[in-house]
Design a protein around this ligand. Structure first.
Ligand SMILES: *[C@@H]1O[C@H](CO)[C@@H](O)[C@H](O)[C@H]1NC(C)=O
Ligand SMILES: *[C@@H]1O[C@H](CO)[C@@H](O)[C@H](O)[C@H]1NC(C)=O
Ligand SMILES: *[C@@H]1O[C@H](CO)[C@@H](O)[C@H](O)[C@H]1NC(C)=O
Ligand SMILES: *[C@@H]1O[C@H](CO)[C@@H](O)[C@H](O)[C@H]1NC(C)=O
Ligand SMILES: *[C@@H]1O[C@H](CO)[C@@H](O)[C@H](O)[C@H]1NC(C)=O
Ligand SMILES: *[C@@H]1O[C@H](CO)[C@@H](O)[C@H](O)[C@H]1NC(C)=O
Length: 938
């Protein structure tokens, strides 16, 4: 389908764009007796500027070679002639290549094609008519066209397409920024059988459905991503829509409501066989009315919000071959689901995807009866129990996805010995043990081996030796403590994705220069015990993670890698400077993680086309000043240069050029000078850590411009960069990278990853700041932590500080603050750590459940403070309280657990707001770890 390929074309990271200019020299024309091609028509083809694309393209041999070498244009690739009249009848650029991906040429199509008067088939795929180009007008004069497809253009669809009255096949899908305000031009296309308008904005065409109904010959209709308005059916004449020929209907990605969709499709012709309703707004249960469409063989309702069980009516659809209900809210026991779906022996179901739902129960033994199944995807549910051996009876099974359930037990050759067609096996993130004996010769050759978190070790799995076809292999967290055997690297020439992370693999890696396929590849060997220098890698590596190993030496070996997008070699023993080649690589990086090594020298200059989203160089020995060239990194979201030896001042351009920044940590360097006021223009910044430097001057008054901190709400809990997409066996896979930051939190350094987005903090401690705390700081009501300690700040604490009511941590100690502690502080109900010590504060400590609960040390070094907990009461007190009683009451109420639960409540509350389901053990552990420092307070 044109549209599918075109969408991949635009979104896919791996696609190849070849932009070529120049002109082509054709060899002198020679005459030949056998030439069929009509000379005038050949001239017309050559007059076309398409010829231009040939010059200089390396693919020239394969793509346009026939155009150069043969005088007979009827034999050219992409051209068809009538076998009797010899007229050119078809121009089909899709046929220029057998490749799955388009090679897009920046060509021009000229009206000389109008001279091909017998042309009835025009496919302009492969030709990018330049993004600013409108629809090629001359096409609407090619009145004999029966087939038109592959036109990539922008803007309005010309209504004159209605002149092409012989059209049977019209495919305008796959372009972007294409719209139309009316579909009335369709009325004259009496023979139209195939219409694809996917991606065309139809939001203005409120009568789209009645308009389409006037094309009764329509057999196939694709309206994916059309922003379709809801259907308004006239209730009096609901069956006026005549779609008697319609067999294939694609309404995916339109966010249509159940009312719109169901009211239409259940009244359609009974011959419809293919319905794609994925990514709409379907809610509620699956309607029984599907039994009214008995001819259905393909039904995709994935990525909606459908609830409930799977009705027997779907099992009654005896022609159903493909059923995709993935990504809904379906629940129920799997055995029951299976019983409903497979109630008849004549069942034809081949492709069943119910992944990403809430199904539970175990996989029934009877699964072995479904021998027609080619694809079974039950991943991301709540299934439990073991995998029945009967799965081994599914001899036609090609794809088996069971990952991310609660399945357990051993997977051995008894499950696998008969699965001779298996291509993709995914069992990740269950509690499976994979025990395949080394003598077993599987009947399959897998393309995807996805066994993350399946115990396989301690030896490297020997059975892999039988596999020679795989592109994707993930045996991370498999408890392997072994070397990677030399034979492994020569098994498959198709390798594009390898993840062996979280094992105890040791040894030095060999020269990997020729070990991956030529397409963009991913290598993740993080969290192992690998040592030696970084390996030599093929230029095709696109994402590399070798973090948390013991690699030593320099970054020099990475210079062979051409287009590294994401590099993580953090937590190793690397030394030396940035190699010169990083200047070049720098224009590709989006993420660069080099933290916790011993790298030194100055930071490489950024490319003028800097694409960096995140750069973490923390805890190295980098020195020198800020590079001007980093001004061009305008997309940066996270930058952590903490714990280095950077000197100079914070550049004034920082806030104007890095306006997307969410995390800025320059902690523990040798930076001096003042904080530039442009820093206030970082509207997204949530973590601002400039502590442990030599920064002087005053705190900028404009702090209230830090919009993200001035909001209590959080947009997200996790700061995730999405760095493109790829497909594994037709399934989309996001390459995400959860940003992390090391934050000094209550005296303990902690890494925040999953909840980084929840933390909003300012840490300017241990600098040489003077002047007063600006009142404006009190509008940053989202702040959870504020540390201004160890400076020379004077004046009084802003009276309104209590507005920062989410504060959990407030440290103003070791400054020159004077005056009283504002009463508003009593409003800080979440405050867990407070330190006002070593200032010149005076007067009564305001009474609140919190302020009195802190240890005296929070207030020491202020000679003028009085009242609990420093002194029993103040001299000027007239009313004598009984402090003992109050204290006792508080002690029974305020326990460390109280704070922990408050903090958790706070975090969970925020998570609720984010709508994220992030109940991940690792960060919960982190919060508890962090909160355990509370204990020293009591
Ligand atoms: C011409 O092509 C048509 C269809 O491609 C075919 O049916 C017919 O036999 C061919 N005629 C000759 C003379 O080759
Ligand atoms: C589109 O064409 C214009 C003029 O022909 C040219 O300047 C521009 O660079 C082209 N754009 C692309 C993306 O090729
Ligand atoms: C992987 O497995 C281990 C133990 O088998 C478990 O503790 C861990 O949570 C699993 N990881 C994930 C991401 O499921
Ligand atoms: C690494 O392997 C490649 C290709 O096999 C070879 O050309 C290159 O010389 C090797 N490099 C070293 C340092 O062995
Ligand atoms: C800050 O320090 C720099 C040099 O370290 C000095 O030139 C400047 O005058 C200082 N500014 C203030 C306000 O003290
Ligand atoms: C702060 O925001 C105000 C209003 O948006 C603007 O006028 C002012 O210039 C900003 N200050 C800084 C330092 O950017």
């Amino acid at each position: 389908m044109n549209m599918m390929i075109a969408f991949q074309l635009k979104q896919h990271v791996f696609f190849l764009v070849i932009l070529v200019t120049g002109s082509m020299m054709l060899p002198a024309l020679a005459t030949s007796a056998k030439i069929q091609c009509i000379d005038r028509e050949r001239q017309a083809l050559l007059k076309d500027d398409l010829g231009d694309v040939i010059e200089g393209v390396t693919e020239r041999e394969t793509l346009f070679s026939s155009w150069e070498s043969d005088q007979d244009c009827c034999k050219w690739r992409g051209i068809r002639c009538d076998n009797e009249t010899n007229h050119v009848t078809a121009l089909d650029f899709r046929r220029l290549t057998d490749s799955e991906w388009w090679h897009v040429f920046d060509g021009k199509i000229s009206s000389s094609l109008l001279e091909l008067q017998h042309l009835n088939y025009l496919d302009l795929s492969q030709i990018d008519l330049n993004e600013t180009t409108k629809f090629p007008e001359f096409v609407v004069h090619m009145s004999r066209l029966k087939h038109l497809s592959g036109v990539l253009f922008e803007g309005a669809i010309p209504q004159q397409l209605g002149n092409l009255s012989e059209l049977q096949h019209l495919d305008l899908g796959g372009s972007y920024y294409v719209y139309t305000t009316s579909l009335d031009w369709l009325y004259t296309l009496h023979s139209l059988e195939y219409l694809d308008l996917s991606g065309v904005n139809l939001s203005q065409v409120t009568n789209w459905l009645p308009a389409l109904a006037k094309v009764p010959s329509l057999r196939e209709l694709h309206l994916s991503v059309c922003h379709l308005p809801e259907i308004i059916l006239s209730s009096s004449r609901p069956t006026m829509m005549n779609f008697s020929s319609l067999a294939i209907l694609d309404l995916s990605r339109n966010y249509l409501s159940p009312h719109s969709i169901y009211s239409w499709i259940f009244n359609l012709s009974s011959s419809i066989s293919y319905v794609d309703l994925s990514s709409n707004s379907l809610q509620g249960p699956i309607p029984d009315a599907f039994r009214n469409i008995p001819s259905l063989s393909y039904l995709d309702m994935s990525s909606n919000e459908i609830e409930g069980g799977i009705p027997r009516s779907l099992g009654n659809l005896s022609f159903l071959e493909t059923l995709n209900l993935a990504g809904n809210k379906l629940y129920g026991e799997l055995p029951e689901v299976m019983k409903n779906l497979f109630q008849h022996t004549e069942n034809k179901l081949k492709d069943l995807d119910i992944s990403r739902n809430r199904l539970n129960g175990s996989i029934p033994e009877a699964i072995g009866n479904l021998f027609n199944l080619n694809v079974l995807d039950l991943s991301h549910n709540q299934l439990s129990g073991t995998l029945p051996e009967s799965i081994g009876l599914l001899s036609k099974l090609e794809v088996l996805y069971l990952g991310s359930n609660h399945l357990e037990g051993t997977i051995s050759e008894v499950h696998l010995f008969n699965l001779s067609m298996l291509r993709e096996l995914e069992l990740s993130f269950n509690s499976f043990q994979v025990k395949i004996s080394s003598g077993f010769v599987p009947p399959f050759q897998l393309e995807s081996i996805l066994l993350a978190n399946c115990t396989q070790g301690p030896q490297f799995p020997e059975w892999l030796r039988t596999q020679h076809n795989f592109s994707y292999i993930d045996i991370s967290a498999a408890e392997i403590s072994d070397t990677i055997p030399a034979w492994f690297w020569d098994l498959s020439s198709r390798l594009t994705f390898l993840n062996f992370s979280y094992n105890q693999i040791y040894d030095v890696l060999p020269n990997l220069t020729s070990k991956f396929s030529a397409s963009s590849s991913v290598l993740d060997l993080s969290s192992n015990n690998l040592e030696g220098t970084l390996p030599l890698l093929p230029p095709s590596i696109w994402s590399l993670n070798l973090s948390k190993n013991r690699f030593s030496g320099s970054l020099e070996s990475l210079c062979n890698v051409g287009k590294l997008d994401s590099l993580d070699v953090s937590d190793n023993l690397l030394t030396g400077k940035f190699p010169d080649c990083f200047r070049h690589i720098g224009s590709y990086f989006t993420t660069l993680s080099l933290e916790n090594n011993n790298l030194s020298g100055s930071i490489f200059p950024a490319s003028s086309r800097c694409r960096l989203l995140s750069m973490n160089l923390r805890n190295n020995s980098f020195d020198g000043e800020f590079r001007q060239s980093f001004r061009s990194c305008r997309d940066l979201q996270v930058i952590d240069l903490g714990e280095n030896k950077l000197s100079g001042s914070i550049p004034a351009w920082i806030g104007d050029n890095w306006s997307e920044l969410i995390v800025l940590s320059l902690r523990s360097n040798e930076l001096y000078g003042e904080i530039p006021s442009s820093i206030c223009r970082m509207a997204h910044v949530q973590i601002l850590d400039l502590s442990l430097n030599k920064i002087n001057g005053t705190i900028p008054k404009c702090l209230n411009n830090l919009t993200a901190m001035a909001q209590e709400r959080n947009l997200r809990a996790t700061i995730t960069g999405s760095y493109g997409m790829s497909t594994i066996g037709g399934r989309e896979l996001d390459w995400n990278h959860d940003e992390s930051a090391i934050i000094m939190w209550k005296g303990v350094e902690s890494e925040y990853k999953r909840i980084l987005g929840l933390v909003k903090l300012i840490d300017l401690s241990s600098n040489k700041l003077t002047g007063e705390i600006p009142n404006e700081i009190t509008s940053l009501v989202g702040l959870v932590s504020l540390n201004l300690s160890r400076n020379f700040i004077t004046g009084s604490i802003p009276p309104q500080i209590g507005r920062l009511h989410l504060l959990d941590f407030l440290d103003l100690s070791r400054n020159k603050l004077s005056g009283v502690i504002p009463r508003s502080l009593a409003q800080l109900t979440y405050i867990g750590v407070l330190d006002f010590s070593y200032n010149n504060l005076s007067g009564r400590i305001p009474s609140s459940t919190q302020l009195q609960s802190f240890n005296v040390s929070a207030y020491t070094g202020n000679s003028g403070l009085c009242g609990p907990p420093v002194t029993e009461n103040c001299l000027e007190d007239k009313v004598i309280l009984n402090p003992e009683v109050t204290d006792n009451e508080e002690d029974t109420f305020i326990t460390p657990g109280f704070y922990i639960s408050l903090w958790l409540g706070f975090v969970f509350g925020f998570l609720g707001m984010c709508g994220s389901l992030l109940l991940n053990k690792s960060w919960r552990h982190k919060i508890f770890k962090v909160d355990s420092v509370h204990h020293w307070l009591y």
